[in-house]
Design a protein around this ligand. Structure first.
Ligand SMILES: Cc1cc2nc3c(=O)[nH]c(=O)nc-3n(C[C@H](O)[C@H](O)[C@H](O)COP(=O)(O)O)c2cc1C
Length: 229
């Protein structure tokens, strides 16, 4: 195997959503380097739709406090980030993720309050020292959101290559108005997601979740590969 493939593949495979972080600081230089790599991500017509707020210290805490308050009050409309009802094809994955995640936390499926408390950890960035909020011009179309996904994965891989860990978090999008107020977002900008950034606590069982994936055969159709070359 080409030596680059070994390095790149192993960094990519080492990424997983981390939900318990150590308090160790992340250097601003590392954050800038990560974003400097991520900005090379491709985008339709090179539009580069990403806008990033990087939060640390008191500014991060103050946003977290407001979000936790809103989460506990539960007055904001629920986030509609997945279809309701969930199409059959995706339900087993969603259920398996829930069973593994809440199982690791020791929270019963029927324990609504316990699950809500666990969800609330999103808003303190799972204890990570750095929180990122990603926004996009609301006028842009779904292909710009596709660009955004490429950018986000590049952020996560560049972080991993520096020994850092992440959790991408759509949960923040529920609190668009609070985030807009705290970060003085430009009008017309929507929250895409948040992301926790820091060093994983490897002693935590929650960080040892290995969320399974479908096999290549399951999602790929090879066409023309039986033909003579
Ligand atoms: C766009 C996006 C949004 C996500 N939002 C959340 C979230 O709000 N909270 C959370 O704990 N995990 C969130 N996740 C993490 C997924 O649950 C996780 O990536 C998935 O279960 C696969 O696990 P792995 O990343 O550890 O391999 C999100 C992932 C993505 C890609």
């Amino acid at each position: 195997m080409h030596s680059d493939a070994q390095v790149v593949d192993s960094v990519i495979r080492s990424r997983k959503a981390v939900r318990v972080f150590r308090s160790d600081a992340v250097s601003q230089k590392d954050i800038i380097d990560i974003l400097d790599v991520a900005r090379t991500a491709p985008s339709n017509s090179n539009m580069q739709p990403w806008r990033v707020h990087v939060l640390r210290g008191r500014s991060k805490e103050s946003l977290s406090e407001a979000l936790v308050r809103a989460h506990v009050a539960d007055l904001h409309p629920p986030l509609q980030h997945v279809p309701d009802p969930m199409p059959e094809a995706y339900r087993p994955m969603q259920e398996e993720f829930g069973a593994r995640y809440y199982g690791a936390l020791g929270i019963d499926k029927a324990d609504v309050a316990g699950r809500a408390r666990a969800t609330g950890r999103n808003f303190v960035f799972f204890g990570a020292p750095v929180g990122l909020i990603f926004t996009i011009d609301a006028r842009l179309k779904k292909h710009s959101w596709l660009d955004y996904g490429l950018f986000l994965q590049t952020v996560m891989i560049a972080a991993r290559a520096r020994g850092l860990d992440t959790c991408p978090q759509v949960s923040f999008a529920r609190y668009q108005t609070i985030i807009a107020e705290h970060l003085l977002l430009e009008p017309g900008f929507d929250v895409v997601c948040g992301m926790s950034l820091g060093y994983a606590d490897h002693d935590s069982v929650v960080n040892r979740l290995a969320i399974p994936r479908e096999t290549v055969e399951r999602f790929t159709t090879f066409v023309g590969f039986d033909e003579e070359a």
